[in-house]
Design a protein. Structure first.
Ligand SMILES: Nc1ncnc2c1ncn2[C@@H]1O[C@H](COP(=O)(O)OP(=O)(O)OP(=O)(O)O)[C@@H](O)[C@H]1O
Ligand SMILES: [Mg+2]
Length: 316
């Protein structure tokens, strides 16, 4: 479902280029949950942002559902991201002027989904992440852990086939961290969504099926073959809009250029904000009226889903 091939990335500062990722290769199967582990500055976020199509690598290829996102033009990539990719940020990135439910609905605002359906899906997801009673509150009225639950629900609403999470528990205490990781593990099991989770904590990483370790921009561990993407023990059943059974509905409709934006910065690393900005702008407007009540605004980031196939591979 995800194949990273000879990815190399350099950032430019002034006249100098600094190489931060060196020939990274690995493959993730559909439905796997893998950790990207490494110390600060090892290149985790850079790699994650590249895989999520938030920026372009200096060299190499990244295939998601057999499409090379590195080669995609901006519009097509933006559309592809919305359909196939979800993103969870360390700092949640919720829009403060929208209610919890509106935040979760936001990605669907870009997909001509009726308000009634959007609302129903958002409420089902809020239930799924354990905060059905918070739907009408604003993000500022929630704890950090609750805000991250909202952000998880938002990343799921488009039913993406792969979700990238950059230190999703980085701002949380250890108990809340456990709860959030528990939710992600459970979603992976029940919905078969592929997860790539960046963390610098081994205790978090070891709960996932495989660990990729980055050190100074090199992939230093060869992850065990993904032959049997073993899902540990199933936990409680959760229902959603999507039948858990079915593998994430694969569609190769990735090539339906429609949208705009995407960033192609090789030198800056515009990262997450890009995605966030996109989804936000439009959605925010649309919800403006509804949210007449309060607070300032901010951004959110959320993409979407597709699916695909397994593969193998990998080498440092
Ligand atoms: N926009 C940028 N411009 C120049 N250098 C950058 C940029 N973003 C990251 N870097 C450099 O790239 C290297 C890898 O950074 P990255 O953010 O990917 O690390 P990380 O593993 O996510 O670290 P952390 O755990 O602290 O988040 C670092 O040396 C960092 O200074
Ligand atoms: Mg980082």
């Amino acid at each position: 479902m995800l194949r990273v091939e000879d990815i190399t990335h350099s950032y430019k500062s002034g006249n100098e280029w600094t190489s931060v990722l060196h020939k990274i290769n690995f493959t993730v199967k559909a439905g796997e949950m893998v950790a990207l582990l490494g110390s600060s500055g090892s290149g985790k976020s850079t790699l994650l942002n590249l895989m999520a199509g938030l920026m372009k690598p200096t060299e190499g290829h990244i295939y998601i559902a057999d499409k090379d996102i590195v080669k995609m033009g901006e519009n097509k990539l933006a559309e592809f991201r919305r359909k196939n990719i979800g993103f969870i940020f360390q700092a949640y990135e919720l829009i403060t002027s929208l209610t919890v439910r509106e935040n979760v609905e936001l990605p669907l605002v870009f997909q001509s989904v009726s308000p009634r359906v959007r609302k129903a899906k958002a409420l089902a997801l809020l239930e799924q992440v354990g905060i059905p009673d918070k739907a009408d509150l604003f993000p500022s009225q929630l704890s950090g852990g609750q805000q991250q639950r909202v952000s998880i629900a938002r990343s799921l609403i488009t039913e993406p086939s792969v979700i990238f999470a950059d230190e999703p528990t980085g701002n949380l205490d250890s108990k809340t961290e456990e709860e959030i990781i528990g939710i992600l593990l459970n979603l992976n099991r029940t919905m078969k969504t592929t997860f790539i989770v960046v963390t610098h904590e081994y205790s978090v990483a070891e709960q996932m099926q495989r660990i990729f370790t980055l050190k100074d921009g090199f992939l230093v561990t060869e992850p065990p073959a993904p032959a049997e993407a073993v899902h540990k023990e199933p936990a409680e059943e959760i229902n959603l809009h999507k039948a858990p059974e079915a593998e994430p509905a694969p569609e190769a409709e990735a090539d339906t250029g429609i949208n705009t934006e995407t960033n192609t910065d090789i030198e800056t690393g515009a990262e997450q904000t890009a995605a966030a900005e996109e989804q936000t702008a439009a959605g925010a407007e649309e919800h403006e009226a509804a949210a007449d009540e309060k607070q300032p605004a901010k951004e959110s980031g959320v993409p979407e889903a597709a699916d695909a196939e397994p593969e193998e591979g990998g080498k440092p």
